[in-house]
Design a protein around this ligand. Structure first.
Ligand code: NDP
Ligand code: GDR
Length: 375
């Protein structure tokens, strides 16, 4: 039985990857952080009783800041594959916690690589590093001649998160070259799902639109509506993580859809899913942009009501304006065929959040209070 160790197993990607690997018959070990509340919601459906002799999912307390802890877990589990997905992954928050992000997203990667080397597992253990399109920083002059970012495009990170991840990228490549380790970077563009963290822009939109459509919320606030992202589905992307470690040679790979869309259009698509056509007033990042409701099929909402405003506090000190990736190498060499496009991604996310909002409506009708969570 193959053994995998996933850091960040409680996150969006970790949860889908754990499902995928369990489905393939792996023994899956995951590192979770100690928290004052349960933080395993995304993987609770995979829970297996530790007393079950056939248990194939085992969680270990740990943290990417703790080299001894990581080394011990790797020694105990002797993994064939390590997926280093653990990170403080929010770009905007990285401006508030730059040192922490450097420690976890940058040095955390080194701790994994060095633990494998110290334990003499370089020949046994394959390592996947969760690199990111944030490395490119959206610099227009660095796109290839076809207008995409690919494996040869230069990097120019624009946030403490991007700068920390560039260390992770290069230290992974360096250990591959220096110690002949099977260590690979997946340079993944944005990928989303119903399990996406609630403060990333797509999920923030699908949650708010679902609630507005059911009369649970009046309006919501976003930052830069003009930013463009290459959005795929996390399920398709974790499949690639696995394929990258099954390749003949350790390499770095761009995973993207090749299509880019503005935040504004994502909002529009989300509203369409609940039968609402929206019209934007105002343009540019500094303008007060809002939407008007019209042709609303299902609900009695006021026509012309302002349901979205731009709040400049969500602007970032330095922004990545546009990302679009070229996944040709992964498609040609690894045979990657994504199942989702943007429309089916939005549909999947809206389905999940509308369901949750409907449950809230039932609770409200039964006299229960629905608390708003802090953003
Ligand atoms: P999430 O934010 O959903 O999950 C991050 C995971 O890392 C969580 O399990 C979190 O634990 C864990 N984590 C955070 N800090 C630490 C720490 N100090 N020690 C150990 N674990 C920690 O991210 P995603 O699943 O979306 O992304 C997975 C990886 O891929 C990340 O490295 C991210 O930077 C990268 N990436 C993501 C992309 C995307 O679009 N989703 C695109 C490109 C790269 P907890 O649950 O306790 O918070
Ligand atoms: P990103 O994702 O920074 O690309 O990083 P996020 O969804 O946070 O932002 C995407 C774009 O939307 C704009 N935006 C807002 N963003 C947030 N979070 N909240 C808002 O209210 C808002 N309004 C507009 C942002 O300015 C930005 O331009 C994600 C993370 O998963 C990283 O870990 C990963 O490496 C990259 O994707 C690829």
């Amino acid at each position: 039985m193959k053994v995998a160790l996933i850091t960040g197993i409680t996150g969006q990607d970790g949860s889908y990857l754990a499902e995928l690997l369990l489905g393939k018959g792996y023994m899956v070990h995951g590192i979770k952080r100690r928290a004052s509340l349960f933080n395993t919601n995304r993987i609770d459906h995979l829970y297996q009783d530790p007393h079950d002799p056939n248990q194939r999912l085992k969680l270990h307390y740990g943290d990417l800041s703790d080299a001894m802890n990581l080394t011990r877990i790797i020694q105990e589990t002797q993994p064939d594959e390590i997926y280093n997905l653990g990170a403080m992954s929010h770009v905007a928050v990285s401006f508030d916690t730059p040192e922490y992000v450097g420690n976890i997203d940058g040095l955390g990667t080194l701790r994994i690589l060095e633990a494998v080397r110290i334990l003499g597992l370089e020949k046994k253990t394959r390592i996947y590093q969760a690199s990111t399109s944030e490395l490119y920083g959206g610099m227009p002059e660095n796109k290839n001649e076809r207008g995409f970012y690919d494996e040869s495009s230069p990097f120019y990170p624009r946030s403490p998160y991007g700068v920390a991840k560039i260390y992770g990228f290069w230290i992974t490549k360096n250990y591959r070259e220096a110690y002949n380790m099977f260590a690979c970077n997946g340079i993944l563009f944005n990928h989303e799902s119903p399990r996406r963290g609630e403060t990333f822009v797509t999920r923030k939109i699908t949650r708010a639109v679902s609630k507005i459509s059911l009369g649970l919320q009046d309006k919501f606030y976003l930052g830069n509506l003009e930013a463009k992202r290459d959005w795929g589905h996390a399920k398709d992307y974790v499949r690639m993580m696995w394929m990258i470690l099954q390749a003949d040679e350790p390499e770095d790979w761009v995973i993207a859809t090749g299509v880019t869309t503005t935040v504004r259009d994502f909002v529009r698509l989300a509203f369409i899913e609940v039968g609402i056509e929206v019209e934007f007033r105002g343009e540019g990042v500094d303008e007060k942009a809002y939407v008007l409701l019209c042709n609303h099929k299902n609900f009695q909402l006021e026509i012309g009501k302002e349901v979205l405003s731009v709040d400049p506090s969500y602007f970032r000190p330095t922004e990545v304006d546009l990302l679009i990736g070229d996944p040709s190498k992964a498609k040609n060499k690894l045979g990657w065929v994504p199942e989702y496009d943007l429309a089916s991604l939005v549909k999947d996310m809206m389905r999940g959040d509308v369901d949750t909002a409907k449950k809230d409506v039932i609770l409200l009708k039964a006299g229960h209070e629905i608390l708003r969570q802090a953003e």
